[in-house]
Design a protein around this ligand. Structure first.
Ligand code: ADP
Length: 397
């Protein structure tokens, strides 16, 4: 049984075709620079070398046409019916979706309704859904939401201390993101620990270009660092994370900056990039090793802010079975993991330096044998999680 996972962005479409028998990836590809004069399609079939092709002036419709033609040309999809379903990544489900949803007109209506909450993402996700339905209408399509896993937050965690009507009328509340990844590694962690997810308490750290941390109690998200938008919480590659909201007004008055300029500054020129001019963690390490003090400061701030959240979520959870690192940085950056876990014996955290240096994939406990708490490094797989959730949603119908 095959499932196609689609992640449609405003200028790109990322896809994977999975064989659900063994969870192998049959083909994974990316069509980028959609809307420009020349778009680029790169893909690789199973373990073969990457193919890179140019496409003249593609829109989303042509991008999906190219995708389906490629699946057929590679003999991976001879007829549409070989697909059990198409799983679409959708960033924002508002309060409508706690679970994946089989897509119909009502679901599309809800996704459109929350566009103001994710103006950069939901319109592109919708375009991908509508185009896939036009071209592959006979195949069931399932929306899997980044926000859905966090719909279990209690009201005292998701509400902001703002006037009630801003929540009721404008939907101003914490939604949380990266839900698919947090859910995926939580399942893997429980399996690794030999426990039922419903009995497992975790602090999961998804550290990639964007970064978020989630407190998971008995398998459910009860707090998470990203908020109404993905700007809140941890310091990120180019996003500021938590700052005093009054900085916004101060900048507006003192530098006469518009809302758009401030939004841009906080999203694209802040975080690590704001401190040291670079947002890629590998480059920041190279700069720090070469003696760049700004890069050292960025690393110190990045780790310090994670540590504060770990402490806070220990307080929120009371009892924790494991701390989980995932995402490009969480999975690969041994220095950062060591820094976040330093002087945390109070919480039962004591890393084994050797295991931390080279954790084996897809899951390893990098704690010392004698440590009270497991610290796990787990490879995230959002595409597989979307495919599994889409399949479970179909089976529930
Ligand atoms: P995205 O959020 O876009 O999916 P990823 O999860 O791929 O991003 O994470 C990208 C980040 O991971 C980049 O900052 C990159 O530098 C960092 N990264 C990847 N490999 C390593 C490594 N070996 N050491 C440190 N950072 C790494």
């Amino acid at each position: 049984m095959k499932i196609l996972v689609l992640n449609a962005g405003s200028s790109s479409v990322k896809y994977s075709l999975l064989d659900m028998a063994d969870h192998s990836v049959l083909i994974a590809g990316l069509i980028e620079r959609i809307g420009e004069s020349v778009a680029c399609h790169s893909y690789h079939v199973a373990d073969s070398a990457q193919v890179r092709l140019e496409i003249k002036s593609a829109n989303h419709q042509q991008a999906l046409q190219v995708l389906f033609e490629t699946l057929s040309a590679c003999a991976l999809l001879n007829e549409p019916q070989e697909l059990a379903c198409i799983g679409h990544r959708v960033v924002h489900g508002g309060e409508y979706f706690r679970e994946p949803a089989l897509i119909n007109a009502q679901v599309i209506g809800y996704i459109a309704e929350v566009v103001p909450l994710a103006p950069l993402h939901n319109p592109a996700n919708l375009l991908g859904i509508q185009e896939a339905m036009r071209q592959m209408g006979q195949i069931p399509q399932v929306a899997v939401f980044d926000t859905a896993f966090h719909q279990t937050l209690p009201d005292y965690a998701y509400r902001y201390p703002l006037p009630e009507k801003l929540y009721v009328e404008q939907g101003v509340r914490r939604y949380g993101f990266h839900g698919t990844s947090h859910r995926h590694v939580a399942g893997k962690a429980a399996q690794f620990l030999g426990k039922a997810l419903a009995d497992t308490n975790l602090i999961t750290l998804h550290l990639g270009n964007g970064a978020s941390v989630t407190a998971i109690k008995n398998g459910e998200s009860i707090d998470t660092s990203m908020g109404m938008t993905p700007l809140e919480g941890l310091m990120m590659g180019s996003r500021c994370g938590d700052i005093d909201p009054a900085i916004h007004f101060y900048l507006s008055r003192s530098l006469n900056l518009s809302n758009d300029a401030i939004e841009n500054l906080l999203n694209k020129d802040s975080g690590c990039k704001g401190i040291c001019g670079e947002n890629d963690m590998r480059t920041i390490h190279q700069m720090a090793e070469a003696g760049d003090d700004h890069a050292r400061l960025a690393l110190a701030m990045y780790a310090y802010r994670i540590k504060k959240y770990i402490g806070a979520y220990f307080a929120v959870l009371g009892q924790v079975d494991a701390l989980v690192f995932t995402g490009g940085i969480g999975e690969n950056d041994a220095w950062l993991r060591a820094q976040c876990c330093q002087d945390m014996t109070l919480f039962g955290i004591a890393l084994d330096p050797q295991k931390n240096l080279q954790p084996s994939r897809p899951c390893q406990n990098i704690s010392q044998h004698s440590a009270a708490l497991a610290v796990l490094v787990i490879s995230t797989d959002e595409e597989l999680e979307i495919a599994m959730q889409a399949l479970a949603c179909l089976e529930d119908q």
